[in-house]
Design a protein around this ligand. Structure first.
Ligand SMILES: Cc1ncc(COP(=O)(O)O)c(C=O)c1O
Length: 398
């Protein structure tokens, strides 16, 4: 029997979630209406974005973002290989093609150098999806020299940010949501704030926002909420495009509003875990800790990924099993997309072209990180990992 049972992920809904959901249920109107509008307004204000468009998933936000900036058949889009399939599948929704890029070892982020090299090799690519892996913002702007945004502006490349992990995240004093052409957040259940399922597209571009708002609801030219509060009869609307069904219901927005109120407190709770891990796990042979390019306080800490190096006495898979034996849930972020059958076969991809992603993939595992992870639990996880990675623990495991 394991001494403790620590799941990989645990959702915390101990604020106003119940009260706000109750309000919605008692209002008699469950789907998109005033709570969703309020959530858009407050979330947009929280990241300093001009427009916010709530949708029913982060994937939907990414799809709408790419559609709104004009990605279509024949377009090619840069996307890091070390991400969830949603970042790339949305490119295929539009009959465009992903061009997978390697990432930096230690951060799993795209860098200016990686992007510059890719632009030299594929000058025809005019869009990039930047993933803020784990909650650390990529180098969109830097104090000295060129950041990712500088390269993109110079080359006329449009920037969609996949900020599924990155609320709230800062880089150089700026919040993620204020950098690229469009930024997409996810509120899936395990994310830094949740609506169970949900997402948000934010942008400073009036045209992109207007297009996304029409396309999220069947291509109808009036928001559904307008249809029910305005003086015009509700049946009087036009369809201007074959849109999608991506609106966020008020029940979900109600959860989001309560989560948003505590977003910084929740982030601080995860930061506490990250600080603990960084100190307790430093210097263990065979274990690489995540590389920080921003302050602890600027990181959303959605993930705490570590990498077992070839010096470790056991494989990543064995290590995850040993942790599970001790009641500790761990996960892997990610099996790179060039290793997934669909992308590998369609684009003839070869792992050898992605040396950093391969190094990460071979040893990466993510440890539990959530606001109410207790000190005893953190201590137990660190003690267990040290024992598993000690030579004796390793021998025992092989
Ligand atoms: C990097 C990344 N992008 C996009 C998504 C998609 O978000 P959603 O599940 O809300 O559609 C996820 C979700 O896990 C993700 O991790």
């Amino acid at each position: 029997m394991a001494e403790m049972k620590i799941p990989y992920s645990r959702v915390l809904c101990d604020g106003n979630e119940l009260a706000y959901v109750r309000e919605v249920l008692e209002s008699g109107w469950l789907t998109t209406a005033s709570k969703t509008l309020e959530f858009e307004k407050k979330f947009g204000a929280a990241v300093g974005a001009r427009h916010a468009c709530a949708v029913n998933s982060g994937t939907a936000a990414l799809h709408l973002a790419l559609e709104a900036i004009g990605v279509g058949p024949g377009s090619k889009v840069f996307v890091p290989a070390m991400t969830f399939t949603a970042s790339a599948e949305v490119i295929r929704y539009l009959n465009a093609d992903p061009v997978f890029l390697d990432v930096e070892y230690g951060t799993s982020l795209l860098t200016t150098e990686i992007l510059e090299e890719a632009v030299r090799r594929f000058p025809e690519v005019k869009t990039v999806v930047v993933v803020h892996y784990g909650g650390q913002a990529a180098a969109m702007t830097v104090e000295k020299g060129a950041g990712i945004l500088d390269v993109c502006r110079r080359k006329g490349i449009r920037v969609v940010e996949d900020a599924a992990h990155a609320f709230p995240s800062r880089r150089g004093g700026r919040l993620v949501g204020t950098f690229g052409d469009v930024t997409c957040f996810s509120f899936y259940a395990n994310k830094t704030i949740t609506t169970a399922e949900g997402g948000m597209l934010v942008t400073a571009d009036d045209r992109v926002a207007a297009r996304a708002k029409v396309m999220r609801l069947h291509g109808i030219d009036r928001d559904i909420w307008n249809r029910y509060v305005s003086d015009k009869p509700s049946w009087e609307y036009d369809v201007v495009a074959p849109g999608f069904k991506y609106n966020l219901p008020d029940v979900s927005a109600a959860i989001g509003l309560a989560q948003l109120e505590r977003a910084e407190a929740l982030r601080k709770g995860r930061e506490r875990c990250a600080r603990y891990y960084m100190e307790a796990l430093a210097g263990i042979p065979g274990l690489d800790l995540p590389k920080l390019q921003v302050g602890f306080e600027d990181h959303a800490w959605h993930l705490f990924p570590v990498v077992l190096t070839p010096k470790a006495p056991l494989s990543r898979d064995r290590c995850v099993e040993r942790l599970a034996d001790r009641g500790i849930g761990a996960s892997v972020h990610y099996k790179p997309l060039y290793r997934m059958t669909y992308y590998r076969e369609r684009y003839g991809l070869n792992p050898a072209d992605y040396p950093n992603s391969e190094r990460i993939w071979n040893g990466c595992l993510s440890l539990p990180i959530y606001p109410d992870l207790r000190l005893e639990e953190l201590a137990y996880i660190c003690r267990s990992l040290k024992e598993i990675l000690s030579a004796r623990g390793g021998e025992e495991a092989v």
